[in-house]
Ligand binder design. Structure first.
Ligand code: C5P
Length: 224
């Protein structure tokens, strides 16, 4: 599932973030190319804003043609919050699907090796798997007044990315319980289920600001 229904207000573009061009291709197109390059992916549900359903369909068709994938992409309308969009996507999955990857379109340059690592870990028996990278900054937990209350040991921290992979039944149960986490693994943690972290990749950065878009352009070897 590729969630692409956010407005991207922090990017300040005229179109929703997933439809902003990067080297001439919308972020969603780059993201889909990565997803469809993962051999384990049998179907894709794209979750987009209501006004972008046709555009998303056209982007999906173009990418499918480019990578030689056929008839595997469904487009559905997302919701107000990310959790609502994931729930909408879950409702559109085919009956036989047992493993679900949830991927942010905003992490449009995620290498296929990250998808493969997540899939491999779920297939090896993990119920929930997230890619993550070591944290280089020292992180402080603060109270509402900005006063530091704790400094977690940095070596125990990971900055997590997508795709996040789940046994379908666990993800459905997690979304039935609550929806207000900033990632899907957070909902699964609340069920008391274990979440495994595998190696992420700096190229899986989330495009949030125009500076991130410039970083993504540099990674592609172009200027934005
Ligand atoms: O807002 P944020 O950058 O955390 O969004 C992460 C991903 O979730 C993006 O790909 C965005 O399009 C998606 N999203 C969504 N529906 C929302 C909000 C965010 O699909 N209502």
């Amino acid at each position: 599932m590729v969630v692409a229904a956010g407005s991207g207000s922090r990017l300040g573009a005229a179109v929703p973030k997933a439809f902003v061009p990067l080297a001439g291709v919308p972020l969603l197109g780059h993201a889909l190319r990565g997803v469809l390059s993962c051999a384990a992916v049998s179907e894709v549900v794209l979750v987009v804003p209501a006004a972008q359903v046709d555009t998303a369909g056209a982007i999906a068709e173009a990418v499918c043609r480019e990578v030689g994938a056929r008839g595997v992409v469904t487009v559905v309308v997302g919701g107000a919050e990310r959790g609502d969009s994931v729930a909408a996507g879950l409702g559109a999955l085919s009956d036989g699907v047992e493993v679900v990857l949830v991927h942010d379109a905003a992490r449009c340059l995620t290498p296929v090796a990250v998808f493969d690592r997540v899939v491999a870990a779920v297939e090896a028996g993990a119920v929930a798997v997230v890619p993550g990278t070591p944290v280089v900054d020292t992180v402080k937990q603060v109270d509402p007044d900005g006063v530091v209350v704790a400094t977690p040991d940095r070596s125990t921290l990971r900055a997590v990315q997508t795709p996040q992979g789940f046994r379908r039944d666990v993800l459905v149960r997690a979304h039935a319980t609550s929806s207000d986490a900033t990632d899907d693994a957070g909902l699964v943690e609340r069920l008391g289920e274990p979440v495994l972290v595998v190696d992420g990749d700096p190229r899986a950065l989330k495009v949030t600001t125009s500076a991130d878009l410039e970083t993504a352009a540099r990674l592609l070897g172009v200027t934005s």
